[in-house]
Design a protein around this ligand. Structure first.
Ligand SMILES: [Mg+2]
Length: 286
């Protein structure tokens, strides 16, 4: 008969939390609307002196733009603490093929990141076609991308999200446009953003942090939580966004802990910096 202590002794050693990664939409904001507790959570992280990064699959905006947008919602995140799928993609390409070339279909968030990574943007025999989120897809640009991939360019996309939210309803997103190109070329892209755990690993590398002392906070089991898990992080699901509490138990994997919202995490930043998070038990932990 194993006591809770015995069970924990049998598990891998758990450590204090020295770094926090957190998703943005559904955790800190719902589009432009701040989630109560988000600013207090960011303040707690800054006060603690711990490393943290805010992650988003959105590749439209630069970190500077995103900082300004968050600030408009009353959430003050430093530009250097924002990690987008565009930055992760540019970092990945720089690691794979430094100083390469790409034909980019996307917005400033992606073109700036590619430029900063030392890439040349060209439509003549590029190493890669890189697709990101845009609201101004053109038939010409997609045709060009298709022909370049047919001609041997490698196909990369920032994130697989098929659609995104807007105030007027659903919008087609990067994954939907990637499918169009895949259907025309017979070639699927390599996606860098969540649920690829590369997104988390590159964020950790950026701030010199380690997976075993990091938690990932997210609102989606099938992106944030699985990616955090696969990157070797402990995970916190907040049920303020996509995954409702009653669905958590239907997944074949589970987060380390479940909380209602980021407001519950404010006091845990300091607490977990000295002690490991208690794993979920019984029905309360789903
Ligand atoms: Mg989210």
């Amino acid at each position: 008969m194993a006591s809770p202590e015995r069970e924990r002794d049998a598990a891998a050693p758990r450590r204090e939390v020295l770094t926090w990664l957190t998703d943005m939409d559904g955790v800190l904001v719902h589009e432009e609307v701040p989630i109560p507790g988000a600013q207090e959570f960011i303040e707690a992280l800054q006060r603690s002196g711990l490393g943290f990064m805010v992650l988003t699959n959105n590749s439209i905006y630069t970190p500077r733009d995103l900082r300004a947008r968050l600030l408009g919602s009353g959430i003050d995140v430093p530009e250097s603490a924002i990690w987008t799928s565009a930055l992760a993609t540019a970092q990945f390409l720089h690691d794979q093929r430094p100083g390469g070339s790409a034909y980019v279909v996307g917005e400033t968030g992606l073109t700036t990141a590619m430029h900063d990574a030392g890439y040349v943007m060209t439509d003549r025999d590029p190493d890669y076609v890189v697709l990101g989120e845009t609201r101004t897809y053109s038939f010409e640009a997609i045709t060009r991308a298709i022909r370049l991939i047919d001609g041997g360019a490698r196909f990369i996309a920032t994130n697989p999200d098929p659609s995104g939210p807007s105030q007027d309803g659903k919008l087609p997103a990067t994954g939907a446009v990637a499918s169009l190109i895949t259907t025309a070329t017979g070639r699927a892209p390599y996606y860098v953003g969540k649920p690829n755990s590369l997104m988390m690993r590159s964020a950790l590398n950026r701030i010199d942090a380690h997976s075993e002392t990091t938690v990932m906070v997210g609102d989606r089991m099938d992106t944030d939580i699985i990616a955090g898990l696969e990157a070797g992080l402990r995970t916190v699901l907040v049920t303020s966004g996509s995954t409702p509490p009653e669905q958590v138990g239907t997944f074949p994997y589970r987060p380390t802990v479940v909380h209602e919202s980021v407001a519950d995490l404010v006091d845990l930043v300091e607490q977990w910096a000295h002690a490991d998070p208690e794993p979920p038990r019984g029905p309360a932990g789903q």
